[in-house]
Ligand binder design. Structure first.
Ligand code: PEP
Length: 257
């Protein structure tokens, strides 16, 4: 039986302005105010412009709901128009930062090298990276999904010291399942998540790999979360679309009910 605390994280993507964010987090805070869900860590990843509002709300909630950003610059500061740095996110007391989401890889041409630099920037400023990996449809159809995903894991963690790697969160998100309603079968997801843990054991140690949380992401909903969470190497979910509906996200957090 794993001792890893499940992490349910809502990736809002480019949705919810700061007023909508306040209303949404208030709903979550009320719905999750009892003790039942304490064995699950809950986080939201709002757009940058909502972070201050979310911080103000959850401060009074003793940080039961954690929050983080959807991206981070590899640089600490300077002439990088439009980017947001690790020191800025740390100042807003973010816990997490998603790095290498497939939408960043696809629309912003993020490479494993850049993803690796961002992972290091996150640790430099006390943030926990949620390193996103996963294959496109054609890669899965060619049967190369495991090797493709493991190469992204290796690239993202390159030269990362063990004391940092042991707290990383990996989100396995098959690109063809993101926002499409096509959920990866729980056993198929388990196959890749187990291989990811094996790769981390090879890079570091089994002991360290056993501490790392691996999430599944891709059309997770209240109706499929329990089956996904029943898999031995899946320690949470990165939830996009369904996290925008507070009632639905609460049901996902309470997957054991
Ligand atoms: C995501 O954006 O990381 C994601 C998994 O989206 P969705 O849940 O909508 O598939």
């Amino acid at each position: 039986m794993s001792t890893r605390t499940p992490l349910m994280a809502g990736n809002w993507k480019m949705n919810l302005n700061h007023l909508e964010a306040i209303a949404h987090v208030q709903k979550l805070a009320f719905a999750l105010a009892d003790k039942d869900y304490e064995a699950v860590e809950v986080a939201v990843l709002p757009p940058f412009t909502d972070l201050r509002s979310v911080q103000t709300l959850v401060d009074g909630d003793k940080l039961k709901i954690k929050y983080g950003a959807q991206d981070i610059s590899a640089h600490d500061g300077g002439a990088y128009t439009g980017e947001i740095s690790g020191p800025m996110l740390a100042k807003l007391k973010c816990t997490f930062v998603a790095i290498g989401h497939s939408e960043r890889r696809q629309y912003h041409a993020e490479t494993d090298e850049l993803v690796n630099a961002k992972v290091k920037a996150a640790y430099k400023h006390g943030l926990t990276p949620i390193l996103c990996v996963g294959e496109e449809l054609e890669v899965r159809e060619a049967g190369n999904h495991v090797s493709h995903t493991l190469a992204q894991v290796e690239g993202g963690l390159k030269n990362l010291p063990a004391e940092q790697a042991e707290t990383v969160v990996i989100a396995y998100e098959p690109v063809w399942a993101i926002g499409t309603g096509k959920v990866c079968g729980a056993e198929d997801a388990q196959e890749v998540c187990a291989a990811i843990r094996g790769k981390i054991a090879e890079l570091y140690s089994q002991d360290l790999a056993d501490k790392v949380r691996i999430q599944y992401g891709g059309s997770v909903k209240s109706g499929n979360v329990a089956e996904i969470m029943a898999q031995a190497d899946i320690d949470g979910a990165l939830v996009g679309g369904a996290s925008l509906d507070a009632d639905e996200f609460v049901k996902i957090v309470r997957f054991r009910d």
